[in-house]
Design a binder for this molecule. Structure first.
Ligand code: CP
Length: 300
């Protein structure tokens, strides 16, 4: 593994290695030492969890970070190309972690620099480190990644987290329930990938009536920033609000996940139920990102 750009690039074995390494780190059986190593965090879109968990991950391994938040204070304002910015940052750092609203930007970065590149989210396309921490979280809550029924709800069209997660889970024997307004259905290419791998899925438009046989419900925000036409957003913005009284008949092992940030799609009264897992899920992001960075830097 030289870079981490898309879940499509990772085999099942590589995926399981990353999860095993993360577990060893969480349980204190392994602590990679990245003293003297420096990660460049280039974030051209807002972030709470991804940026801070990568920063935390580096520092917990004795490494350090340099952070670029947008291009406003860089020489791109003076006409420098994105490629030249990347080539320059690569002179100062050992690994580049990049988030951008432009699909394909992480792949482009990997082509122009000769240090590892990690995709921390590129537009509506992919968010592979989120998918890996999601797998890690599912395995922790269910004890396995096999024979599970997983519901993905919300913005399945523009949601990069659900694109990456569906592809990541397609290496395992799972069943999907896709819950979204028809305008925000899972893209055809992802559904075709699943069918190629004999992974079954159903599509519905309502949460109620579709969660009682699930092991995991993965809720996502309807992302205003991805809509070209604000009127389309207005039509679907309040499509779902998961409330406590909707959880009366769910399975005992049922857990609710969300990549966060949340707006209103999970009522805060759900936070105090045993089913809510989204903040622990965010914590799992540190172990998973420690695992990814240390493996890419050959420091396991
Ligand atoms: N899950 C996630 O990507 O969150 P941030 O946008 O806050 O990084």
């Amino acid at each position: 593994m030289e870079n981490l750009i898309s879940m499509r690039d990772l085999s099942k074995e590589e995926t399981l290695d990353i999860l095993k390494n993360a577990e060893n780190i969480e349980k204190g059986r392994s602590l990679p030492n990245l003293q003297g190593k420096l990660a460049a965090l280039l974030f051209f879109e807002p972030s709470t969890r991804t940026q801070f968990s990568f920063d935390t991950a580096m520092k917990r391994m004795n490494g350090n970070t340099i952070i670029m938040s947008g291009s406003k204070h860089t020489s791109q304002q003076k006409g420098e190309t994105f490629a030249d910015t990347l080539k320059t940052i690569a002179q100062y750092s050992d690994i580049i972690i990049i988030r951008s609203p432009i699909e394909g930007s992480a792949r482009f970065a990997a082509e122009v620099v000769d240090i590892p590149v990690v995709n921390a989210g590129d537009g509506s396309n992919q968010h592979p480190t989120q998918a890996l921490l999601d797998l890690y979280s599912i395995k922790k809550t269910q004890g396995t990644l096999e024979n599970l029924k997983i519901g993905l709800a919300g913005d399945l069209r523009f949601g990069r987290t659900v694109h990456s997660l569906a592809q990541a889970l397609s290496n395992f024997n799972v069943e999907f329930e896709f819950i979204s307004p028809s305008f925000l259905q899972m893209p055809k290419n992802i559904k075709e990938d699943l069918l190629d791998k004999n992974i079954s899925f159903e599509e519905s438009t309502e949460i109620e009536g579709n969660i009682n046989d699930l092991d995991i419900l993965y809720v996502t925000r309807i992302q205003k920033e991805r809509f070209a036409d604000p009127e389309d957003f207005e039509k679907v913005k309040n499509s779902y609000v998961l409330k406590k009284n909707m959880l009366d008949d769910v399975k005992n092992n049922f857990r609710i996940m969300h990549p966060l940030p949340r707006v209103n799609e999970i009522d805060t009264e759900v936070d105090n139920t045993k089913y809510a897992y989204y903040f622990t899920q965010a914590k799992n992001g540190v172990f998973t990102r420690q695992s990814i960075i240390s493996m890419l830097l050959g420091e396991v």
